[in-house]
Design a binder for this molecule. Structure first.
Ligand code: F6P
Length: 538
């Protein structure tokens, strides 16, 4: 592919993006009072309003050109039909197949894998029904009523987000352990009855240090509490979700307790696979299916809607404008619902692990920004911490707001959530300069200049299908941006170095002789840690 940043459209966007006289958001609204409506897109109750950005028709047309030049439509087709678009690992990228129903894709290229996907779903449904009907028993014959999912990254964040967002008071307890810091596991074990607990070891590779360490610690705890041996404890209290079933077997888990998936499901895209087991156990299999259905709706829209009416594409182009042409380095994610409090963290992995890269698909270093730094928190809490920075700092941060429409009809607190959310987007876009200027004591420190970009996603309600749509929206947004930047969004080579260094350093901290051919800046720190600990021991 010719370099996208050498194209005329890219160059024109660079010029426009740095133009001192670029139309303000206020000017765009005053020139076109229908702008908010015109710039809004909707899919089955998910309403995306991108009007509060400094994007006029000329800019939008250029962004859409970029999309054409990156052959986005062909690449979408390549992904959905199972081409090996994860080129560095020679893998297809087919998490969308996990949510594709036969009726929407009859005789498609997915037919071959559909059978195994169904078998997998059946296996999940069976365990879910047993668990939720009280038919699952532990090593001492007690009913299992609690589940602890041990996993990290994609084997943790997606299921934790969805379960946390949708759990009702009567739903069973699903706990999540991820950190190698044993305080994480200990805090969950403290509130758990060993005889009634099922552990899910969730790891695509089944080699992740955090997960295996926690799984072994959980096993020792079980054996000690229940006075049973490893074999018994594993047989009655452990299942695995993994793309490496032989490693799970080597851990001692029987084949029928292994919920496997495939190498074409990326870790951060795996909640739609067996990794979603905690969602199914916690909320019910039908809820899991409803989640898949919502995501499939977004897939079908993404595949077929024209670019300028396509929610993931327009969200991606807005982000592209901000990072590449307006040069805003970060992006805030601001859900106005406690239930989506984990969403910023979930998106950090999805966006930054997928697109935080500077080598393109032909192994050449690129000269433009890729994924912004994703951060954020839930409203209204952030209004009392970093909102000041969003409104008055010289560093501008584009924001994505997410709010739930039906909250406004519930009660005063629900109305307050919506009111605060709309107040923030208004304050960011339009500030208070005009009003303040009329006041006698107008001082610059009290001026909010406005013209700060944001998108808002209004979801009619928060339920399994609507979360499915939301997550798929961002997955496809990330995909489109990766295509335009010409990077492979589906590998993560960067994280490997830290893992291998930690192994060597861990040995050196433990006084083992661990040779490394690297110059290390850490010798001093390792000495300091060892000396201090020796001193405190003696
Ligand atoms: O280290 C990064 C990563 O590989 C993520 O991509 C992944 O979601 C996470 O670790 C956990 O990996 P696994 O599911 O193989 O344990």
């Amino acid at each position: 592919m010719p370099r996208i940043d050498k194209s005329d459209s890219w160059k024109n966007l660079e010029r426009l993006g740095q133009d001192k006289n670029l139309n303000t958001i206020e000017k765009l609204f005053s020139e076109d009072p229908t702008r908010a409506k015109r710039q809004a897109l909707e899919l089955n109750g998910l309403y995306l309003d991108c009007s509060r950005n400094q994007i006029d028709q000329e800019t939008q047309a250029l962004l859409l050109n970029i999309c054409e030049q990156a052959h986005v439509s062909d690449q979408i087709n390549a992904m959905f039909t199972g081409k090996k678009i994860n080129i560095s690992e020679q893998r297809a990228v087919l998490h969308t197949a996990l949510r594709s129903s036969e009726k929407n894709d009859p005789n498609g290229p997915l037919d071959e894998i559909r059978k195994s996907i169904h078998a997998n779903l059946d296996q999940m449904q069976q365990l879910t029904n047993m668990f939720r009907s009280g038919q699952l028993f532990g090593a001492t014959g007690e009913q299992i009523d609690t589940v602890i999912n041990i996993g990290i990254g994609g084997s943790d964040l997606g299921p934790k987000l969805v379960y946390g967002a949708l759990k009702k008071p009567e739903d069973p307890h699903i706990l999540f352990v991820s950190n190698i810091d044993d305080a994480d596991l200990a805090s969950k074990l403290q509130i758990t009855d060993a005889a009634r607990t099922l552990f899910i070891v969730a790891s695509k590779t089944f080699t992740t240090a955090e997960t295996l360490t926690n799984a072994k610690a959980a096993l020792s705890w079980l054996c000690e509490k229940l006075k049973v041996d490893d074999q018994h404890a594993i047989k009655h209290h452990f299942v695995a979700t993994t793309a490496n079933p032989s490693a799970a077997k080597a851990f001692g888990i029987e084949s029928k307790k292994i919920f496997s998936f495939w190498d074409w499901v990326g870790g951060r895209y795996s909640l739609w696979s067996a990794v979603g087991l905690p969602i199914s156990l916690g909320l019910g299999f039908e809820e899991f299916k409803a989640l898949l259905k919502g995501a499939e709706e977004m897939d079908l829209h993404f595949k077929s809607a024209p670019h300028d009416k396509n929610l993931p594409i327009m969200l991606a182009l807005t982000g592209l404008w901000h990072i590449n042409f307006r040069k805003y380095p970060t992006q805030a994610i601001l859900p106005y619902t406690e239930k989506l409090a984990l969403f910023p963290e979930y998106l950090q992995q999805l966006e930054m692990e997928s697109n935080g890269k500077m080598i393109d698909r032909s192994e050449t270093k690129i000269e433009y920004h890729t994924a912004p730094i994703i951060w954020g928190s839930r409203g209204t809490n952030f209004q009392h911490s970093f909102a000041q920075h969003l409104l008055q700092s010289p560093t501008i941060t584009p924001c994505d707001f997410i709010a739930i429409t039906e909250d406004a009809k519930k009660d005063t607190t629900g109305k307050a959530l919506l009111a605060n959310c709309l107040a923030q987007i208004e304050a960011l876009a339009f500030g208070n300069q005009k009003q303040k200027a009329l006041e006698e004591d107008a001082k610059p420190s009290r001026m909010i200049e406005g013209n700060r970009p944001s998108n808002i996603i209004l979801m009619d309600e928060l339920n399994a299908p609507s979360i499915g749509r939301l997550l798929a929206l961002y997955e496809h947004k990330v995909f489109v941006q990766g295509l335009i930047w010409n990077i492979n969004s589906f590998d993560q080579w960067g994280v490997e170095l830290g893992k291998s260094l930690a192994t060597v350093i861990g040995k050196r901290l433990g006084n083992e002789d661990a040779k490394s051919d690297r110059m290390t800046s850490n010798s001093n720190l390792i000495e300091r840690i060892k000396m201090t600990n020796q001193r405190t021991i003696s």
